[in-house]
Design a protein around this ligand. Structure first.
Ligand SMILES: Cc1cc2nc3c(=O)[nH]c(=O)nc-3n(C[C@H](O)[C@H](O)[C@H](O)COP(=O)(O)OP(=O)(O)OC[C@H]3O[C@@H](n4cnc5c(N)ncnc54)[C@H](O)[C@@H]3O)c2cc1C
Length: 291
C-alpha cells in the first residue's frame, strides 16, 4: 500500500506554517499537518486519508518544550511522548499524565509520536483525551488570528474531531500539577500490550476526613469521544472509600453509559462491564495513593 500523491511542505517557523496553512486553505487545497506520523502515515498508506498537501512540523523550532509555567506543566505539541515519559517534571508532578503516556503504544511509537498529535487525532480509544478531561487541561491553538486557549471539555467534539479550526496548529497543552495527597489511577483493557484500549478509565480522587471529597473520572474506548462519568463522581461524593462504595460507583458508571460502542472485538455490553470493573479497581488504586 502506498499513499496517493501529495505536495510536501516543511516550514521552518510557526509563523511560516500558519501562513502556509492559510494560503493552502484559500486555494481550496486539503492540507494536513504532519507531526510524528504514527497515525497519519498509516492512514495515508491505507488511503483512509488523501490530503492534497502535508505540512510537516518537524522543522519548526520551539514546539517541543516540557516546563513548569505559571504553576502548570506546559508541553509543546511536538514534544515526543517518549520525552514526556522521561521527564522528571511530568513523572513527579503529574503522575496521571505520566502513567497514561506509558500506556500509549510501544516505545518506538512514543519515540516518534508527538504529545500534540494524540490530542489533535482525538482517537476515542486514546488515553490522553480522558486524562485531559480529568485534569481540566487546556489546549493552545495558533492560527492566522493568533493564539487561543481551548478547555479540554470543549476540545474533543466527536469521533476524531476536535475544536481546532482548519489552518490552526495545536502548539501546546497545559495541565495542573497534581495537588499533594490526591490519588490518581488509569486502567485499561487492550487485546495486546500496546494496542489502543477496548475500554479504560482515568481518574483523580481526593479524600478528606476519611471520606471521598471529590472524584474526577473519565472513560475512553466506549463512545465517540472520552466521556466524564459524572453519575459515578456524584455517587462517590461523601462516601467512605471502601470496596463496597467503589463497587457501587462502578455499577453506577456502567449503568450510566447510554450506548457504548460495539465492534468485533468487544460488544457494547462487554464494554459496559469493563468500565464498571475497571473503575472499581482504579478507585482502589487511587485511594491507596491518596493515603
Ligand atoms: C501500533 C500502534 C499502537 C498505538 N497505540 C496507541 C495507544 O495505545 N494509545 C494512543 O493514544 N495512541 C496509540 N497510537 C497512535 C499514536 O499514539 C500516534 O502517535 C498519535 O495518535 C498521533 O501522534 P503523531 O505525532 O504521530 O501525529 P500524526 O500521525 O502525525 O498526526 C495525527 C493527526 O493529528 C494531526 N496533527 C498532528 N499534530 C498536530 C498539531 N500540532 N496541530 C494540529 N493537528 C495536528 C494530523 O494532521 C493528523 O490528522 C498507536 C499507533 C500505532 C501505530
Amino acid at each position: 500500500m502506498k499513499p496517493a500523491p501529495f505536495e510536501y511542505h516543511a516550514p521552518t517557523s510557526l509563523a511560516d506554517a500558519v501562513t502556509l496553512l492559510a494560503r493552502l486553505e484559500n486555494e481550496g487545497c486539503d492540507a494536513k499537518i504532519l507531526a510524528g506520523g504514527q497515525s497519519l502515515m498509516p492512514m495515508l498508506a491505507m488511503r483512509v486519508a488523501r490530503p492534497d498537501a502535508l505540512v510537516d512540523l518537524r522543522q519548526v523550532p520551539g514546539l517541543d518544550h516540557i516546563r513548569l509555567q505559571d504553576g502548570r506543566i506546559a508541553i509543546g505539541a511536538m514534544a515526543s511522548k517518549r520525552a514526556a515519559e522521561l521527564s522528571e517534571l511530568v513523572r513527579e508532578r503529574q503522575p496521571l499524565f505520566h502513567a497514561a503516556t506509558r500506556l500509549v503504544g510501544h516505545q518506538q511509537i512514543r519515540n516518534r509520536g508527538s504529545v500534540g498529535g494524540s490530542f489533535a487525532h482525538a482517537d476515542p480509544a486514546s488515553e490522553y483525551p480522558a486524562v485531559a478531561l480529568v485534569l481540566d487541561m487546556e489546549m493552545v491553538a495558533t492560527g492566522p488570528d493568533g493564539e487561543r486557549v481551548i478547555p479540554a471539555a470543549e476540545f474533543f467534539v466527536t469521533y476524531m474531531t476536535t475544536a481546532l479550526e482548519p489552518g490552526e496548529v495545536l502548539t501546546e497543552v497545559r495541565m495542573p500539577v497534581l495537588p499533594p495527597g490526591t490519588g490518581w489511577a488509569i486502567r485499561e483493557i487492550t487485546r495486546r500490550s500496546g494496542d489502543l484500549a477496548l475500554a479504560g478509565v482515568a481518574l483523580t480522587l481526593r479524600l478528606k476526613a476519611g471520606r471521598c471529597a471529590d472524584a474526577r473520572i473519565a472513560a475512553f474506548g466506549i463512545d465517540a469521544t472520552a466521556v466524564r462519568l459524572s453519575e459515578a463522581e456524584d455517587a462517590l461524593r461523601g462516601a467512605v472509600p471502601t470496596t463496597e462504595s467503589f463497587a457501587r460507583a462502578g455499577a453506577v458508571a456502567a449503568a450510566s453509559l447510554a450506548d457504548p460502542m460495539s465492534c468485533i472485538h468487544a460488544s457494547a455490553e462487554y464494554r459496559r462491564h469493563l468500565v464498571g470493573t475497571l473503575l472499581e479497581r482504579a478507585l482502589a488504586d487511587a485511594a491507596a495513593r491518596a493515603h
